[in-house]
Write a protein that binds this ligand. Structure first.
Ligand code: HXC
Length: 265
């Protein structure tokens, strides 16, 4: 196994379970958690299993060891590939499957998030980074270019000028720069990275899941649709939530000055 699944996740320090939160750990520290086919397969299967488990309300992905989230696709495995073998394997379809996951995903990034590792972090919904995290798309230095979303997501996050520089030179971005430029949600001390990500996940997991999923879906549409179509999508999801028990419960609880009890219906 190269991906460890903990559900419910246990809190890093206290050992207590974090309700509704799963932790997926990329577990190839000897290769800086490079994303080989097996790891990607286990990651996607794990995410899909959790996505269809009603008890799972938020997922955190992190890397084992203290050096990397993931240092990219596995270069040793990829070195002899041809367009034909890449096409036949169709392994990049796994990245589309990650994009289809409805439960929110938070990347807890310590150390290197390079190439496919940076692309994986960006495919998540939020990134909590350690102060020594390093983001980059160094593919150009090994004769290729980003292939799992880097040219698109980095450019949307940072703007063309900085993304172009990073992708054409293979230069890296520090955690602080990434935070200042809006790539990451928050930078925390290295030893607090996982607990901060789990705490954020726990906060989301305690909220009404249908609304959380509908909101995630609508925010992601902001990348893809015109403002008009995005606003229409948002309004539809907003209206749809009025068919849920949780909307009635949430609003009644507010009026009755009590804590709501979410049913996920
Ligand atoms: C396979 C990798 C790897 C990778 C590191 N390792 N990155 N193996 N694929 N992407 C292995 C090394 O071979 C080495 O194994 C061990 O991990 C430790 O790495 P070192 O290089 O010895 O560590 P260090 O000198 O500290 O350098 C760290 C590093 C460097 C700067 C992160 O490892 C590096 O540049 N890695 C490659 C980064 C990269 O180019 N990523 C993009 C890949 S292409 P041994 O056996 O020697 O101990 C990509 C395309 C995505 O991601 C397309 C879509 C999926």
């Amino acid at each position: 196994m190269t991906v460890k699944v903990d559900f419910p996740a246990t809190h890093f320090h206290s050992g207590a379970a974090v309700d509704g939160v799963a932790l997926l750990t990329l577990d190839r520290p000897e290769a800086l958690n490079a994303l080989d086919v097996q790891t990607m397969q286990e990651l996607v299967e794990g995410l899909e299993r959790l996505d269809s488990d009603a008890d799972c309300r938020c997922v955190v992905i992190t890397g084992a060891g203290d050096r990397a989230f993931a240092a990219g696709a596995d270069i040793k495995e990829m070195a002899e590939a041809t367009p034909v073998t890449l096409g036949i394997a169709n392994s990049f379809a796994r990245w589309e499957r990650i994009r289809s996951v409805r439960v929110p995903i938070i990347a807890a990034v310590r150390g290197f998030a390079l190439g496919g590792g940076c692309e994986l972090a960006m495919a998540c919904d939020m990134i909590i980074a350690s102060d020594d995290a390093v983001f980059g798309q160094p593919e150009i230095k090994i004769g290729v270019m980003p292939g799992a979303g880097g040219t698109q997501r980095l450019t949307r996050a940072l703007g063309k000028a900085k993304a172009m520089e990073m992708i054409l030179t293979g230069s890296n971005l520090s955690a602080r720069e990434a935070e200042a430029r809006g790539l990451v949600t928050r930078v925390v001390a290295r030893e607090e990275t996982l607990s901060a990500a789990l705490a954020l996940a726990g906060e989301i997991a305690a909220l009404p899941p249908l609304a959380v999923r509908a909101a995630k879906e609508a925010v992601n549409r902001a990348y893809e649709l015109s403002l008009e179509a995005g606003l229409e999508f948002e309004r539809r999801n907003f209206f749809l939530l009025f068919a849920s028990d949780d909307q009635k419960e949430g609003m009644r609880a507010f009026i009755e000055k009590r804590r709501p009890e979410w049913k996920g219906r």
